[in-house]
Design a protein around this ligand. Sequence first.
Ligand code: KIV
Ligand code: ZN
Length: 386
Amino acid sequence: MSNKIQIFDTTLRDGEQVPGCQLKTEEKIVIARELEALGVDVIEAGFPISSPGDFLSVVELSKNLKEPVVCALTRSKKEDIDVAAEALNHAKRGRIHTGIGSSDVHIQHKFKSTREQVLEQAAWAVSYAKTKGYEVEFYAEDAGRADLEFLAKMIEAVIAAGADVVNIPDTTGYCLPELYGKRIKYLVENVKDIDKAIISVHCHNDLGMATANTVSGLINGARQAEVTMNGIGERAGNTSLEEVAMILETHKDLGLSTNIKSDKIYALSKLVSGMMRMPVQANKAIVGANAFAHSSGIHQDGFLKHAENYEIISPETVGVPSSSIVLTARSGRAALKHRMDLLGYHFEGEDLNTVYENFLMVADEKKMVQDEDLVVLAANMPVLER
Ligand code: KIV
Ligand code: ZN
């Protein structure tokens, strides 16, 4: 089994479903080109039958992208598959992503159907999509809550029908990492001809487990991860691209790698956040404003002695210009001295104690102390060594 993980980006489909995040086709092209430069392997461009705008986006992305596979979502319906096939006409490499619910709750309450009927529909949709001449990926919606034996039967049937990739979504973000990993392992061990298809993991973040579940799935045999930039997506979001890429990069011991050029991550995160009008939370892993900021005195001191004391990834690796030390009332002398030194003011001994006491008074008044405050503090010191 290959150790290369295919990165399937669905920022422009699952991510774009978030209310308020809708993009124009021209904006989608800009983001898609950057995703291509980042090194993603597959870009899900939209759900062509859902609207003329989504149809156009799939057409335009198919024309504009050279390297990544362009993917179009469908339900397991003839009209959806026909429209997706038409939209992908210009793609160098196109993929139809078709599927149906696999859990009893979806089968009974969404489709008002039976296990036998959805199984038949799933196999039919894959064999019909195959007639269009594209790669076919099948999604077993809500696989995280499906009966495992039934899920295995469904996956076996769609592989027999020709599926190239089988997607096992935890649609509702229900699974725990161990549980999700076991599901993937069960499929690897029990589905006939499983090696004829790539297993894909697609996780949602309702319990904050999306990234952990995705990594667990990869450890247990999946070879494609479905992700979005900044983890945007329905409800609490999808698995975040930057987290998966940097986990595999940081934990080389897992023996798994991606084609992601990590130094392009930060800029793309900003682009997606700006265009989709979706701010990134400050403490978001990898791309949040505080991801490389050290604010407590103990941490600042340790970081300044040796960055690896408090950083497992250097900010440059993901394209963040440099670590920032945020000066607050909890900062220590070491951090103040470091910033003052950078500004050209060199305090030692008693002078440092005095300027530090003055600094604390300013810091108590303001939440963060800026360079302009430090210059004023320094200027008010009686003795200055420069
Ligand atoms: O979460 C999900 O199940 C999906 C499928 C359409 C792949 O987004
Ligand atoms: Zn999804």
